[in-house]
Design a binder for this molecule. Sequence first.
Ligand code: DGL
Length: 266
Amino acid sequence: MEAPIGVIDSGVGGLTVAKEIMRLLPNEKIYYIGDTARCPYGPRPRHEVRNFTWQMAKALERKGIKLLVIACNTATAVALHSLQKYFSVPVIGVVNPGARAAIKNTKRHEVAVLATRGTVESGAYEEAIASLSSSTHVVPLACPTFVPLVESGEYKSSVARGIVHEGLKPLRDESFDTVILGCTHYPILQHYIEEVVGEHVTVLSSAEETAKDVQEILAQRGELAIGTPQHKFFATGSVPIFKDIAEDWLKLEQTEVARIKLTSSD
Ligand code: DGL
């Protein structure tokens, strides 16, 4: 079926998930909304994140998507269940896939979760990991400086490296063999994160497992696409900044990016 897959995030972070969906399912068309004007979601109250997430989901519903990926951990933590109840198309989040990736990898049953303050406070990863393995110890760490860094497009600078090294200092005395990037923006900083935790620790994101979920659901429903996709991206904030980051991260040229306005009546 040639209808698009909807992907939503507070900003450019969900592109890390979109990239993996594009790699695994190259015929699928993606419609993406990044709420860059209101990013970051991490420090916002739950009800606000829930409202914003609903607005994005409804805007994509009107564009006829066949499946929705909440490619934002903060939004998944507060809105996944209510969106799953309301929408007639399948809705998936990134927390369960991330937890699954971590459990598949950890040998010592010690997992560090790097995420936004909202996700850490929600306890969503602890819950998802406990449901898969009750013996796994979780070390959560909020990294509030990382998302603004990525959204500014400054993620390749030496300043970025310094900010990541500083933000991860609390991990120094902790024991873990797996790091799960519990915020979809963080894979963009992955090489700096790997520098800090060292080569004996595996750093994973939820992107690959999420893409596999998308594939499985669409295959089950007989809705896999066969065409040549024309992706569309929408940002609530600056189109040029979004376009630069999207083209750099997705290694695409000439992406179609438009401004979108989301309102509370959505
Ligand atoms: N990328 C999002 C996440 O996975 C949200 C980051 C933010 O807006 O704070 O949590």
